[in-house]
Design a protein around this ligand. Structure first.
Ligand code: NAD
Length: 405
């Protein structure tokens, strides 16, 4: 099943909990616009490279389309469509004035030099310049896209349109109009949701945490949870994972990864495959890599008491059912990782108003939103006797339906 099939089934599963009109659910199954193009970039050696690029605009009933741009060799239109649909749901779950979209390029950025990456970033903007803009569609970073890439994109957009607000892209570097606090917003938002729900989900005191993915979301989460006295017993990246049941020193793991390019081989740890890492006994499992990781075939082996999804779409609907039956709560992506888009929206607002908010201001606004919406999702899950994902979908769909009406 593709990520998009999973997203469509999640919509139907929400409808089984709350009887939304069929026409409304049908409308949400199709994106408003799909933009798919090929761009040609010059390689440093003088050759040309043809790259497929995408922007999917799912729904804008609640505000401009909003969502990241992913550069990955496995990214394709189906994946971008799924991510765009989830963005529309996510912005509604946290009740920010945005719709949902997503972008991408099918490319392994590790094979590009810095200048080639810059050419690709600028070419992406030239391909979609007429489709984006502060009141139309506001992209942001996702897997393998960085503040530097957002700065190049903003610069290209300004050259092409004369726009001076800088509000077309979020996730920019702070020196070029980015918001303080954006770098850790996704993981911190997940932390606020965790703090709100942990006790109700049976997690008390210092807990054992396993994290899949050690990039922006995963590594930052590792730092935040360990700063709060929790033990990170395993982490992984695309090359594999490391375990130390006594707890990993996260700053030292970061320094090791910086030096060697991977987590593997970290002194005092043993190696674990990415598959086995998901099955380690722990209190909290945080998938923070890619989609489709917890599936029907491994859901029975998951060793965690609670899962908090910082990645988008890591759990399939079949796995959701198995985990629900096993009493393992899944705090869904559309709530757990919504801190990123929330602070992105703060960035957009600051750019449009010409303001600079302090990191304390950003984080206290984020905390308020994440705490309130986590409460709402939990309350609905109790009211409908369902899992947190279906509850979050129902909350979001009600808000989108209201906006359409
Ligand atoms: P990133 O590129 O910074 O990090 C991804 C990490 O996952 C890297 O460490 C990579 O090595 C690792 N990885 C890749 N494949 C893996 C595999 N099979 N097993 C284990 N690790 C693997 O990306 P990111 O921004 O941290 O995004 C990670 C996830 O979080 C994505 O699903 C993304 O959509 C989601 N997300 C990110 C943000 C954000 O603000 N960064 C916001 C919302 C959601």
């Amino acid at each position: 099943m593709s990520a998009f099939d999973n997203a469509l089934r999640q919509l139907s599963r929400a409808q089984a909990v709350f009887p939304f009109e069929e026409s409304f659910i049908e409308k949400l199954k199709t994106p408003n616009h799909i933009h798919e193009k090929n761009v040609m970039i010059d390689r440093d050696d003088g050759s040309k490279m043809d790259i497929e690029v995408y922007r999917v605009q799912h729904n804008n009933a609640r505000g401009p389309y909003k969502g990241g741009i992913r550069f990955h060799q496995q990214t394709d239109l189906q994946e971008v469509k799924a991510l765009a649909l989830w963005m529309a749901i996510k912005t509604a779950v946290v009740n920010i004035p945005m719709g949902g979209g997503k972008g991408g390029a099918t490319v392994d950025p590790k094979t590009l030099s810095k200048t080639e990456l810059e050419r690709l970033s600028r070419a992406w903007v030239r391909a979609f310049v007429d489709e984006i803009g502060p009141q139309k569609d506001v992209p942001a970073p996702d897997v393998n896209t960085t503040p530097q890439i957002m700065d190049w994109m903003t610069d290209e957009y300004q050259k092409l349109t004369g726009d001076k607000t800088g509000a077309t892209f979020t996730g920019k570097s702070v020196a070029h109009g980015g918001s303080l606090g954006r770098d850790r917003a996704t993981a911190l938002g997940g932390w606020f949701v965790f703090e709100t729900l942990a006790q109700r989900l049976g997690l008390l005191g210092s807990i054992k945490v396993v994290i899949q993915g050690f990039g922006n979301a995963g590594a930052t989460a590792a730092k935040i949870w360990s700063e709060h006295g929790h033990k990170i017993i395993a982490v992984s990246d695309s090359r594999g994972g490391i375990v130390n049941e006594g707890g990993l020193d996260i700053k030292a793991v970061e320094a090791w990864k910086e030096k060697t390019g991977k987590a593997e081989g970290f002194p005092g740890s043993r190696a674990v495959s990415n598959e086995a890492l998901l099955e380690l006994p722990c209190d909290l499992l945080i998938p923070a890599a890619l989609e489709n990781q917890i599936l029907e075939h491994n859901a029975l082996q998951i060793g965690a008491k609670v899962i908090l999804e910082l990645a988008n779409g890591p759990t399939s609907p079949e796995a959701d059912d198995i985990l629900f039956d096993r009493g393992i709560a899944v705090i869904p992506d559309i709530l757990a990782n919504a801190g990123g888009v929330t602070v992105s929206t703060f960035e957009w607002e600051q750019n449009l108003k010409g303001e600079k908010w302090s990191v304390e201001d950003v984080e206290s606004r984020l905390k308020k939103i994440m705490t309130e919406q986590a409460e709402d999702v939990y309350r609905l899950s109790q009211e409908f006797g369902t899992d947190l994902r279906r509850a979050a979908f129902v909350l979001a769909l009600r808000r989108i339906n209201e906006a359409i009406k």
